[in-house]
Design a protein around this ligand. Sequence first.
Ligand code: XMP
Length: 492
Amino acid sequence: MKLTDYYRKKIHYEELIATFDDMLILPGYTGFNIDDVDITSSLGNKYQFNMPIMSSAMDTVTEEEMAIKMALLGGLGVLHRNCSYEKQLEMVRKVKRARSFVIDDVATIKNDAKIAEAKLRMESDGISGLVVVDDKDRVCGIFTQRDFPYQEELLNTGDVKDYMTKKVVSITPGASRDEALQKLFENRIEKLPIIEEGKLKGLITIKDLKPEFPLASKDKEGRLLCGLALSPKVPNNMASLSILKEIDAYVDLFFIDVAEFYKKIDIDGAKELMSILESDFILGNIGTYEAAEHLLTKVDFSEQFIALKAGMGSGSICSTSIQTGVGAPTLYATAQVADAIADYNPKIGLISDGGFKNPGDLPKAISVGADMIMSGHFFAGCEESPGYVDTIQGRKVKVYRGMGSKEARVSEYILDRYIEGEGSKTLPEGVSDYVPFVGAVSGVLNSLKEGIRNGMIYAGASNISDMKKVKVGIVSNAGRIEQRPHDLLGRY
Ligand code: XMP
């Protein structure tokens, strides 16, 4: 038996429950040009990402601002579920409207509306302009940030029709990107309504046409990809069900989001949700070969099931393993689930979730089979995460809390992420703490991408699929100490 096989077996099967700090990727022959390294990855042969990184579905990590930025930069931000379906609908609409060549679902306002109403709509929808329509729904103007009167009192009493721009430059349906760009440029405008026989058919905005974010993760219509965490419970009333169906029309990927998915009740719930909804599903989290084998062979999921998410109790804010004695560290869980996917259905994608502390942990997850990685820890301290920047002893910080923490579980929405019932009220499975404020997510992502890219170059893999075949091994305690800064005067 080759030494590598021995080590692989050790990680996978001998119940040596190892994780990132226990293993290393061995250097490999690099026979390609380093500029040719390709870190694009895909999920379920269906979704392509220019960067194999996702932000966690947590209420201190991903709301619309983070989701938009993650998708613009080539990854995915998964919107959390610690809120009502109404709020989830609001968030997914904002993500889907953020960047697209043509906005179908254009925000309009009647010409007899007050300016105060326009202001409220623009603020709540996070947009900079509204198309004004008359009582026959014919376009009669456009009202943008620039049209607000400067006199404070008019903000409440003024009418939209007196301040809107009446001369509307428009384009007809089917116009090309170049025609639209030319018209926007010639008229020095930023918004171009698409009008046919006086009726509004869509809107093109300059920010959607300029390739400002060439790596963005987009759907077929050019809108940003949107992922949303979901309870495995099917709503028990018509009102919630109807909002969920509305959400379904916007979302690309539903993430069934529970601490441990290998449970009959959650599997049945996910199956039923798939029969009601049309978007694709990612199921998780799981931590073992057997769980993946069960989901891949014993449950008859529809084609909407495209990926699994692995890791249990490994998050930096998790206390599940301490509280319950059960867990599956992320590297172990990823390797186990990857083996089952290879054995039973290689079309299914794999996301490695939680426990990442250093950029070098990302290539390690990919080397044992992950298509993408998910982290909350790296992103909770970013400008784009929800919450305020605080200062503690002169350091800028933000709150980062586990979805199983007491603080997060005061809301009813997240209870079924864990074991429900009386126990869940008294036994928190997560903690709440501060993390350093780290500025824009783009900076954090650059370091993470560099960690993956450079790891691939040292390992001799020019793409993600080759990276899954590189040699890995368990590192001894002495080896681990040697592989970090050591024998210095104290900073480390
Ligand atoms: P990191 O290491 O990035 O992990 O902080 C984020 C992942 O942890 C999961 N998560 C939790 N797990 N208790 C848990 O056991 C919790 O309170 C909790 N909150 C989040 C989740 O999978 C996330 O992506």
